[in-house]
Write a protein that binds this ligand. Sequence first.
Ligand SMILES: [Zn+2]
Ligand SMILES: [Zn+2]
Length: 311
Amino acid sequence: METTAIAANPGTPNSPSRAQTWLQATPFILSHVAVLGAIWSGVTWSAAVLCVVLLLVRQWAVTAGYHRYFAHRTYKTSRAMQFFLAFLAQTSSQKGALWWAAHHRVHHKLSDQPGDVHSPVQSSFFYAHVGWVFDDATVETRWDKIRDFAKYPELRWLDKYWVVPPTILAVFCLLVAGWPGLFIGFFLSTVLLWHNTFLINSLTHIWGKRRFDTGDDSRNNALTAFLTLGEGWHNNHHHYQSSCRNGFYWYEIDVTYYVLKMMSWVGLVWDIREVPDHVLEEGRRRAKGEQDKLGEPVNQSSTDDELSLAA
Ligand SMILES: [Zn+2]
Ligand SMILES: [Zn+2]
């Protein structure tokens, strides 16, 4: 392990220059342009099916992998499955699992306060949505926040060569469905997946309902919950991050959790962390507008416990 790299923080003199930042943003911009290639190639049924399937599968991988496993450790799995989850999530072109999870932990630690890496309250909607990804201050992996997973060399390799999984997938799409497979199957689904995911950082800290007093501006938003297979129940999540389930009640659809639950039945994952009864009860009371009966404000000890675990 490269201990000097592990200790490095963003914003140090080693951070990339602004020109490098633009250089790194170029593939992101060109990926949007690449979707227009379908005007030339046309759209085939196989490419359209590929687009939908890759959008759904990779959205699940982003949510179940990057977020609920690597960032929050809300369930356990094998080392092989852990690698598979990181690889599959990284086909989304959202950089390495270690990079993603480490910055997400910073978000929870400083949510909507100075230092939050993507807060639409502290900065603009655009910066919270996507600008932060290419900021000099966040372009490097925050190794100090992800020591628990940085001990695995295969994950460090994936983090360093994060372009490998999406490149393999792009070539696969081209081979199985031709140019429409690349432009629609890969690029369109990747662009949609980016913005679905980014809406959690931008829109769900602005628009939606707040069930819990979390001390930030996180919201529960049914639209983004639908788009991201469950991540839109973001106020629930900020209140109790340790839970694998973000949709706390039967009517808060959380497809990612349902799939993980089914995977646990066949032993692919285990020790899924659930929402405690007292949290569910508290949420019901708040939904009925009975906050005055709850006494003290919401205790965020679960947040602190988890982040200390992750540190
Ligand atoms: Zn989170
Ligand atoms: Zn948030």
